[in-house]
Design a protein around this ligand. Structure first.
Ligand SMILES: [Zn+2]
Length: 386
């Protein structure tokens, strides 16, 4: 039902007739209808709201008491009842008054911000193409910003620096190219978009931590030393590459553990550990018996970028605590990837040092464990967890 107010003939008043339809002011200390009329007629801000005038952008913001939201003058949202409206000079002022930004007109983003998002997207495309990573100065010049400012804007929009972005993208191309069956490493270099093998090897060393041929040949070209021993959880196999511990396997049958190691590193030269190695194994066993003491040995953690994120997050779960797959997924910023997180946990080859035994179902029940649920239960009991 439309309600017309006597004496309202200006265009500014149309919203009163077609808007919420309520001209009754019931709140205490709010203007009377006559006062509202006067405000609307004389305040040019209302003219901007009524005509959705983009030229008024950022000259002021308005909030609506009944929705708790604030908007830009030109927002396409339903026109508010002036009795509920408050004006703010800045978005920050509206937020201080307790209002949330509208999802439609994004009053919390400055026009520069919106412009910056477009420029960052453009820079991302530039970083993804070709083998020469554009310099910060070049990227900034294309974006029309100073290098310092561009760096800050890029990081704010993507969460990483331009250099990190380029490295992550190159890593992806290297892995994809090397993963292609039958392609030679030379083919892979060009398929990944690199013009020179030198740059490719540099990128490979940066991103997959080894030479392309080592990656191809089953992970580790270098020797892996290993030994099998006994601990309170049964048989334990400890293996170490040049870089650090690359496997801690648990089980009942020592031979099965060695076969598991061979399957995990099919091309590596497996060498039985010597006396010095056995001292290292003793330290690992000490850690397995008392995990909260920590393991003071380097790990050689190999896996996809996603697996590495999951495993790093697991390493931050302290002894005595458990975490659900869903929570772990949330912690690495991949809340919808719960199955992939569970698969990454199951693919862990470094028992206890990457504590996948601290992952339980959301309801607290144990779920699976690569090395047997019974071992998982004993480990958790030992750590005083659930
Ligand atoms: Zn809005």
């Amino acid at each position: 039902m439309q309600r017309s107010l006597p004496g309202c003939q200006t265009a500014d008043m149309t919203y009163l007739q077609s808007g919420t339809g309520s001209a009754h002011i019931t709140m205490a200390a709010t203007p009377s209808p006559a006062e509202i009329r006067s405000i609307v007629e004389h305040d040019p801000r209302w003219a901007a709201i009524v005509t959705r005038d983009r030229r008024a952008d950022a000259t002021f913001f308005y909030s609506v008491k009944t929705t708790g939201i604030y908007c830009r003058p030109w927002c396409g949202a339903r026109r508010p009842n002036p009795a509920n409206v408050q004006f703010h000079e800045t978005a920050a002022g509206a937020e201080r008054a307790g209002f949330r930004p509208c999802r439609r007109c994004h009053p919390d983003r400055s026009p520069e911000d919106r412009e910056h998002v477009a420029r960052v997207a453009h820079a991302c495309r530039a970083l993804e193409s070709g083998d020469e990573t554009p310099s910060l100065a070049t990227l900034a010049r294309h974006a029309g910003l100073s290098p310092h400012h561009f760096h800050r804007v890029f990081k704010a929009a993507t969460g990483v620096t331009p250099r990190e972005y380029a490295a992550a993208h190159r890593a992806k191309r290297v892995r994809q190219a090397l993963g292609r069956d039958g392609a030679s490493i030379t083919d892979a270099i060009y398929a990944a978009g690199f013009n020179s093998s030198g740059r490719f090897y540099e990128a490979a060393a940066d991103t997959i931590g080894m030479t392309p041929s080592a990656y191809r040949s089953g992970g580790l070209q270098a020797e892996i030393r290993f030994a099998v021993a006994q601990c309170s959880l049964g048989s334990i196999l400890v293996a170490r590459s040049e870089k650090g511990i690359c496997a801690i396997l648990l089980g009942d049958d020592p031979d099965a553990l060695v076969r598991d190691l061979q399957d995990t590193f099919p091309k590596a030269a497996l060498i039985g550990g010597d006396r010095a190695f056995e001292q290292m194994v003793a330290r690992v066993i000490g850690f397995v018996e008392k995990p909260d003491a920590g393991l003071d040995l380097p790990l050689d953690i190999r896996g996809t970028a996603f697996q590495q994120r999951v495993w790093q997050a697991l390493r931050r779960v302290p002894a005595g605590k458990t975490v659900s797959y869903a929570e772990l997924a949330r912690r690495i910023g991949a809340a919808s990837s719960i199955r992939a997180v569970a698969r990454a946990c199951a693919a862990n080859t470094i028992a206890i040092a990457i504590p996948c035994h601290r992952v339980v179902r959301t309801d607290g029940s144990l779920s699976g464990y690569r090395w047997g649920v019974d071992r998982k239960r004993r480990l958790l009991q030992r750590e005083g967890g659930s």
